[in-house]
Design a protein. Structure first.
Length: 677
């Protein structure tokens, strides 16, 4: 073929092959990640992030992989080694030791020296002549040695390189080639010129420990006085602090403390008319005395609130403040910023409705108003105001009725500036909505625990929360009751029902809460079939005798002391359910991250009747034989039991005890059981 013909046959332009095509390793299935990296996974300070990835390459060459990680904003990546688990799945981990965001990814490459070393070992083991292979390895080592800057390391490796290059007897040369020192030297200096990096940078949101575990107590400070005809002040409410602290709580949660509107103020039991002395609902925020950055005059002044926060801290309690972004018709926003509300055709502002219910005392904010930027900035400033007054925990009311994008923006901004702040999402709504709120920045979430009462319901729900990918971003806070919710189980089960739900909340969840009155087993609904309390504290001041002889305060204190003493109960992960032969007996265990602390809980879910049966112990999972003997100590009664074999008898009578909380005495420390801490 002539040159001219060849030129005509050639394409007009030659495609440019990207050198990236030489990267032989494929990285897939990187975990953990939430929605393909759209949202961060969650950890608390001091925990580990265990990263897994499928790392593949063509042929039979060895591969190596590293986890890349850094604090967000850092220019340089740090690295942690990954090791092969099985079936091309690799695992590595790194610690998150400061608040804020971390980033991570995975990088992997063909390890040519490890591949050469593996093949050399096989050939030498088969008695083959490997002289040429030794010279090939010498070239790898020589090129790497030229890059070494530590003279002592060079002096240590140089004799091994000399042995590889020398002629003569193969045995000492093979020994040098396969030596640990040479393998470690080469592994520390891999050729990563053709490394593959995972195509996404993933992130971790790192909170303080209180975001992971804590016991919450909800209290209306206005009910903390001795005169039910008027609101108690913060100074009077401070007298309750030693009582709350004595029960072992970590967080004291207050409903809104702002001025309450007069217009359409609700009366007792949510009646549409109120008397002159009715205090109204704290969620109808705003009056002539101020709005979201003011204090209800009946409680005192802002200085009184500051003193209350300080007094709580002296008792070891953090204050959580309810933030409800809505207003009464009397709120200053209504006068100063009418554009922040929705208007009806006649020009009046739309009040809240849940047809057929009407809430004339509440005006929802319009997050899509023409001045939405001004509104969003103002609401951010509300959080910042209370942060400056010592509040670092916020319970957010009905976040699902405000735009997701608002929460993602405002929480991101606040956590970036105040990384020790914790946000609890109150959203009893559709499951995917609850989960999305958790993804976009809420540190904790209310859950469906209140409505999970049967054995099957509890097992199914908590298996999802603790043993699926949901656990990477959703931290449940298990409230046994709230001012809005008095479940039928508590209405009908008497005092034992409250004990059952307390044990479940405090041991199934690392974070849980109760609303005051729970310890007194308050269980009267406004009507049959309703979950609303009769004489709800939302609309009136409630005086209580907390010194009653039948109070559960001592029992609550005992439960919280057990939680504080046992790391197994301070984590949501590590939960396992166990078989029983009685559907009213629920059995589960929790293990600490290091495997050293193991708690077994058995609960009688029937608050009326004695239940008994056999519980199966997972002895093999505990590192024992099926016929082993196990010593357990009941942390509630201090009784000691010696059980033998997998199946053991339990009898629980609600009149005597509703549950066993057992510390399992094992002969040796358990291996680590889960990996985020």
């Amino acid at each position: 073929m002539s040159d001219s013909v060849a030129q005509q046959a050639a394409p007009a332009t030659s495609p440019q092959l990207d050198p990236q095509l030489l990267r032989r390793v494929v990285i897939e299935g990187v975990e953990p990640q939430v929605d393909c990296g759209r949202f961060p996974v969650k950890r608390t300070v001091g925990e580990q992030v265990v990263v897994r990835a499928d790392v593949l390459a063509d042929g039979h060459d060895a591969v190596a992989a590293r986890v890349l990680f850094r604090k967000a904003g850092e220019a340089e990546w740090r690295e942690a080694p990954m090791h092969l688990l099985d079936n091309d799945c690799w695992e590595g981990s790194f610690a998150v030791d400061t608040l804020g965001r971390y980033e991570y990814s995975v990088e992997a490459w063909v390890d040519r020296f490890a591949s050469w070393r593996h093949d050399l070992s096989k050939k030498a083991g088969a008695g083959q002549d490997v002289a040429l292979e030794l010279f090939e390895g010498a070239a790898f080592v020589s090129a790497t040695l030229d890059l070494a800057t530590d003279a002592r390391e060079r002096d240590r490796i140089l004799p091994l390189l000399t042995a590889l290059k020398s002629g003569g007897d193969l045995a000492p040369r093979i020994a040098a080639a396969l030596s640990y020192d040479l393998a470690a030297f080469m592994a520390a200096r891999p050729d990563r010129s053709q490394a593959t990096r995972f195509d996404r940078v993933l992130s971790v949101a790192v909170d303080r420990e209180r975001a992971r575990c804590g016991a919450w107590y909800e209290m209306f400070p206005r009910s903390a006085g001795t005169d039910p005809s008027r609101s108690a002040t913060f100074a009077e409410a401070a007298r309750m602090l030693p009582y709350v602290a004595s029960m072992g709580f970590d967080v004291l949660y207050l409903p809104p403390i702002h001025p309450i509107g007069q217009s359409f103020r609700k009366g007792p039991n949510n009646s549409l008319s109120s008397g002159p002395d009715d205090p109204g609902s704290p969620w109808a925020i705003g009056s002539k005395e101020g709005g979201h950055t003011a204090v209800e005059p009946g409680l005192g002044t802002l200085e009184d609130f500051d003193a209350f926060v300080a007094a709580a801290a002296a008792q070891g309690l953090e204050i959580a403040l309810d933030i409800a972004f809505q207003t009464s018709p009397d709120h200053p926003y209504v006068r100063e910023h009418p554009e922040w509300f929705r208007h009806r055709p006649d020009g009046s502002i739309k009040y809240a409705e849940n047809p057929p219910k009407k809430y004339q005392d509440i005006y929802p904010l319009n997050f899509e108003s023409d001045d939405w930027r001004g509104l969003w900035q103002e609401l951010k400033a509300v959080f910042e105001f209370w942060i400056q007054h010592g509040v670092r925990i916020f319970r957010v009311d009905n976040p699902h009725t405000k735009p997701f994008r608002f929460w993602e923006w405002v929480l991101g901004e606040l956590i970036r500036e105040y990384p020790d702040t914790i946000f609890l999402s109150e959203a009893f709504t559709r499951p995917k909505v609850m989960k999305h709120l958790a993804k976009i920045g809420f540190s904790q979430s209310y859950s469906y625990f209140t409505w999970r009462n049967t054995k099957d319901e509890i097992v199914q729900y908590f298996t999802e929360l603790t043993q699926t990918s949901v656990r990477e971003y959703f931290r449940p806070n298990l409230f046994a009751n709230t001012p809005d919710i008095l479940h039928a189980y508590l209405q009908r089960g008497g005092r034992p029902a409250f004990q059952v739900r307390l044990v479940l909340a405090a041991t199934l969840g690392a974070s849980y809460g109760i609303y005051s009155g729970f310890e007194l087993a308050e269980n009267v609904p406004i009507r049959n079939g309703s979950e609303e309390y009769l004489d709800s504290e939302k609309y009136q001041i409630r005086g209580r005798d907390y010194r009653r002889s039948d109070s559960l305060a001592e029992f609550i204190s005992q439960i919280n002391a057990i939680r504080r003493s046992h790391p197994a109960l301070q984590h949501d992960w590590g939960l396992s359910f166990h078989r029983t032969d009685n559907g009213e007996l629920l059995s589960y265990s929790k293990r600490s991250p290091d495997g050293r602390d193991l708690i077994l809980v058995v609960v009688n879910l029937d608050p009326i009747n004695m239940q008994h049966g056999f519980v199966q112990l997972p002895l093999i999972a505990w590192g024992l034989t099926p016929h082993a003997s196990v010593e357990v100590v009941d942390l509630l009664s201090e009784e000691r039991y010696f059980w033998r074999g997998e199946w053991n008898y339990i009898r629980l009578d609600p009149d005597d005890r509703v549950a066993h909380i057992l510390q399992v005495q094992l002969p040796a420390p358990l291996a680590p059981v889960f990996s985020h801490a």
